[in-house]
Every structure is written in C-alpha cells, then in structure tokens.
Design a protein around this ligand. Structure first.
Ligand code: PHE
Length: 447
C-alpha cells in the first residue's frame, strides 16, 4: 500500500477541519434557527452544547483518527481488534456521508445559482422579482439538476487531487477568503441602524424563551455544525501526524466554527432589523428575505456577491470533507486509485442528490414515510444516523479505550480537571445528551 497521506502542517489540518465544520450549517441554518427560537436564549444553549457535548466528541474523533491512521471503518479495527463490532460505527458513517452530501449538494447548487444571479446584478436590479427566485428555481427541474451537477463536480475535482494537493490546498485558499468576506460583511453591518438591535437580539437571552424544543434544536445544530457523528473528523484526524496536541487544535476549530456562526448571525440580523423584517422567517431567510434587502441597500451589489461567495466557499469546504470519508475508505480498503474512486463515489452520491433535487418538482408526490426524498435524507441523517454515530463514538472513546486514551489525548500533560472533565463528558454527559436527541429525533421522524 502506498504511504499514507498527511497534512503538510498543523495549520493545514486546522483550516481543513474548520473548513469541514464551517458550512451551510453556520450561515444558513444557525441564523434562521436562532430567529425562529427568539434569539439570545437559543444562542446561550447552543454555546453550552458546543462546550459540553460538541468539543468532547470532536476530541474523541480526532484522537481516533490520529491514533489509528486509518479510514472510518478500519480505524475501529486498528484501535480495538480485527473484525471488531465497533466497525459498525464506521459503516454508519459511510451511509451518513452519502445521505448528507446528497441533499447538501442540492442546497450548494442553490447557492451557486444565487451567486450567479448576484454576479449578473439580478439580485440588485430595481425591477427584478427577487423574492420569487427560490420558488422559480424549485419549479425548474432542469436548473435544479444543473446547479447540483456543478456543485458536485467541483467537489469531486478537489477530492480527486488528494489530501495535500486537493483538500488542503483548496482550504488554504477558500478559508482565508471566507474569513475576509465575513469580516467585510461584519464591518458593513456595523454601519447599519439594525446592528445594535441585532447584537441585543443575539446576546441578551430572555429566559422565558428557553424551551425544550429550542434546547433540542441547539444540541442537534451543535453536532451538525461541528461535523460530528459520521467520521469526517476521524478521517481528517487520520491525516495528522502523531505528536500534535489534540486538545489545543480541536479547541481552535470549535472556536472558529462558533465565531463564524455568531458573526453570520450578526450580519443577517443587522440586515433584517435595518429593514424592519421578521427574524423568524425560517429556512428561506437566506434565499428570499435577504436578497430582497440587498436590492434596497446602497452598495448592495457588492454585499450580495460577497455574501453568496462566502456561502459557496463554506458549503464546498464542507462537501469535500463528506466525500473524503467515503473516498478514503474505498481507496484504502479496495486499493482503487483516488481519482477513479472520487468520480465513482461522487457519481453515486450525485444520483441520490438528483432524487432530492427533483423532490421539489417532478417527484414531489413521491413520499417515503411521509417525507419527500430531500426531507428524508436530511431528517434521517440529522436526527437518526448522526446522533447514533455520536453516541457510539463517545462510548467507544470513553469506555472501550477509556482513561488511557484520554491520557494519551493530552500526551500525559494538561491540568487534571480538564482530563477528568473530558472523561466525564464523553462517558456520561455526551452519550446521555445525544441519546436523548436520538429518542426525540426518532419520535419526530414518525410524527
Ligand atoms: N458542518 C457542516 C455544516 O455546518 C456540515 C457537515 C456535517 C459536514 C457533517 C461534514 C460532516 O454545514
């Protein structure tokens, strides 16, 4: 077997892992969920979930990857024993990668569609019927499939070029660009009358908004946003060399991901409040409400282009991590050359995505357990296979590998409270929280 690929540096890993974490979850989902759940209280619970559940599982995944130097399936064999039943966790991760990437690429396609409209000035020209663009896209199967194809092709091309030459290189370009674009938008938002109300909305929690449903959504969102539960972080961790400090680099990744969500929230709500719009618009907030406002804003053209470019980069760097989970496995287990694997696996996921894309129009009447394909792939992965994978990973790390693994994670150093805290979090807190999520998710799936 060829020597295993590695990141060229610690920064390479950090940018790639942050690239995986920062995605549609941060810029599309986080603001609209916060808007629907009343603001500050949701943000507060979200932050607690990242710290208590997200970060511990992130550490566990990166550790499993770095120690085993293997893909999601073989990682469990390498750390436990050959044919270990824990391999199931890896299989589950592969299935989840298929499911998530199929609908993720469809939404990535919407972003590319809006980016092209922004570039052509069609989001900001005075008489354009901007508010209806998403609806229009839904009614055009050809356009939906076209943009899904474009998004998936970009993903495949990057992954085909390998870990250092493809994934790391792409992240080294797109992630700094993403931060600059976000900074530009935050500065722009700072000058708007809606900035102060936005900050108040996000950061002064009203305790009466704390509901179970908001807590549940916050926990699920923390999980999805940090790319946990399906092995993306195991796979990326497996390209780390021994000797990197896992607690430190994972904390950097978690902070970056959280800061991007919060800043995206600030930008979105500054715009929303400046123009006296409703924060609780839901999933269409980014594609219907915001573009309407770009039209009224001075310099809206630049803001619209920056905004959709930012989201396109965020979505693409997450999509490549999803495809890499599958490609790393097929590559190492079956010895297929990477470009061919990327193309084959990409094509299979793409086909599933076509079903999701067409569920908005041609296949609108086809329902599985009451869901169209798009919702089915989203719900089954977010509410079922991701939390299930998360529990298994936490239990494997906390109980099967146990105290030794936690000590090795800290390289025998670090304050005792942190080590004990991590052990407690992965043994008790995270499995309990995620199992609860799972039960609720299952109940919701059949509701
Ligand atoms: N974290 C990504 C986002 O927030 C989604 C993702 C989930 C990516 C799981 C990889 C694995 O958009």
């Amino acid at each position: 077997m060829a020597a295993r690929a590695h990141w060229t540096s610690r920064l390479g890993f950090i940018l790639a892992a942050a690239g995986s974490a920062v995605g549609l979850g941060n810029i599309w989902k986080f603001p609209y969920m916060t808007g629907e759940n009343g603001g500050g209280a949701f943000v507060l619970v979200y932050l607690l979930c990242v710290l208590g559940v997200g970060l511990p599982i992130l550490i566990a995944e990166v550790y499993i990857g770095r120690e085993s130097q293997r893909n999601v399936v073989q990682a469990f064999e390498a750390l436990d024993r050959p044919r270990s039943p824990w391999m199931v966790t890896g299989w589950l991760g592969l299935v989840t990668a298929f499911l998530i990437l199929s609908f993720y690429s469809v939404v990535g396609g919407w972003v590319l569609h809006f980016l092209s409209k922004a570039l052509l000035g069609q989001l900001t020209s005075r008489d354009a019927a901007v508010g209806g663009y998403l609806e229009q896209l839904f009614h055009s199967p050809g356009a939906m499939v076209f943009w899904h194809t474009a998004f998936m092709a970009l993903t495949v091309v990057i992954v085909a070029r390998g870990v250092a030459g493809g994934i790391e290189r792409a992240n080294r370009i797109m992630m700094p660009a993403l931060f600059l674009l976000l900074l530009f938008l935050v500065v722009r938002a700072f000058g708007m009358p809606g900035f102060a109300p936005a900050v108040t909305f996000l950061f002064s929690p009203r305790l009466e908004d704390l509901t179970w449903s908001a807590g549940l959504q916050a926990a699920g969102q923390a999980f999805f946003s940090l790319s946990l539960g399906m092995g993306a972080m195991i796979t990326y961790g497996s390209y780390l060399k021994q000797g990197e400090s896992i607690p430190r680099i994972t904390a950097v990744v978690a902070v970056m991901d959280t800061v991007v969500s919060l800043l995206a929230g600030v930008v979105v709500f500054s715009v929303v409040f400046t123009f006296g719009q409703e924060p609780a618009a839901g999933p269409t907030l980014m594609f219907v409400n915001l573009p309407l406002l770009f039209q009224q804003m001075t310099g809206g053209y630049l803001v619209a282009v920056a905004f959709f470019l930012l989201i396109a980069f965020a979505a693409l760097t997450s999509a490549i991590s999803l495809l890499e989970v599958v490609v790393a496995y097929a590559d190492e287990v079956h010895g297929w050359p990477r470009p061919r694997t990327a193309l084959l696996m990409g094509a299979a996921i793409y086909a599933l995505g076509v079903l999701a894309a067409l569920s908005f129009n041609v296949l609108g009447d086809v329902k599985v357990a009451g869901h169209n394909f798009f919702d089915l792939f989203d719900d089954v992965s977010s509410n079922l296979t991701l939390p299930l994978g998360g529990v298994l990973i936490a239990v494997f790390y906390g109980w099967v590998l146990g105290r030794d693994a936690v000590l090795r994670t800290f390289d025998g150093r670090g304050p005792r409270v942190l080590r004990e805290g991590l052990l407690w979090a992965v043994r008790v807190l995270a499995p309990a929280a995620v199992a609860y999520l799972l039960v609720k998710g299952l109940a919701g799936l059949w509701a």
